[in-house]
Design a protein around this ligand. Sequence first.
Ligand code: PYC
Length: 318
Amino acid sequence: MKLIRDIRRISFLDSHTEGEPTRLVLAGGPDLGAGPIAARLERFRREQDEFRSMVVNEPRGSDVIVGALLCEPVDASCAAGVIYFNNVGYLGMCGHGTIGLVGSLAYLGRISAGVHRIETPVGVVSATLHPGGKVTVGNVPAYRFLRGVSVEVPGHGRVTGDVAWGGNWFFLVEDHGKELSLRYAEELTEFAWSIRQVLAAAGVTGADGAEVDHVELFSHWDSGDADSTNFVLCPGKTYDRSPCGTGTSAKLACLYADGKLAPGEVWRQRGILGGVFEGSFRVQGDAILPSITGSAYVTAEGSLLVDPEDPFRVGIGK
Ligand code: PYC
């Protein structure tokens, strides 16, 4: 006998950008009204947080998946609005996610090659879909907020880094003495996590007291033809498989502030899996306008099913 239950269906399209997954929710998401995307994110957080966990956490997802809720934009000149989320909360912007979003919309035939405007909670970004399938994200303004902040990390000694905004808040560390290799991912995760805890305890924040919830380690060694390799720890204690679009933007802001990279010069940022984002910038007042180029590939499409009787219907997680 077939069980008749009111099963909820959430249609999605999965992709990865240089190894980092994005799950785009196309339909079946919560009604967040028609206000600005930032206000819709607050409503999502306040009233519909279970939906976030339902989509990205086990048993339908994993800690690594970044969700992207496709929204109707407020501004008719925008191709889409989007709210990014992960295993523990929400992201202001997401570079790899925007590359995945644009690749996914192209796969669905909803956009073609050219420049598209996308509304995010932290502002409108541009996304250029190139004829060969690469995507260049014109990110929100990025800037270095604090230079040379030193903290004592138990078991590791003094660690010095910069706090910078690239669409999310980052602590960027170069002088860490670690080998940035995938085989040390667990150790690097624990190290970066300790840095994050120490920053929080020491009251080191971004502007307006914002939590610095991403930690980015850099190395110039073994980067092949790239300028640097990074290891980026995300808020839910997972590491970014890609070079991280907002993290690369924050890096560009620091390079500019140090006079190490000029407007228009290309910076090739390698991620821990070996994927590369190409970054460059223009200057806007005290900030820079980063451009990040990378590739995404679609990996799955279908429906997530939510059975009201399922004890784990809202996901296993936070
Ligand atoms: O690419 O900006 C990014 C990002 C943020 C968190 C994970 N990826």
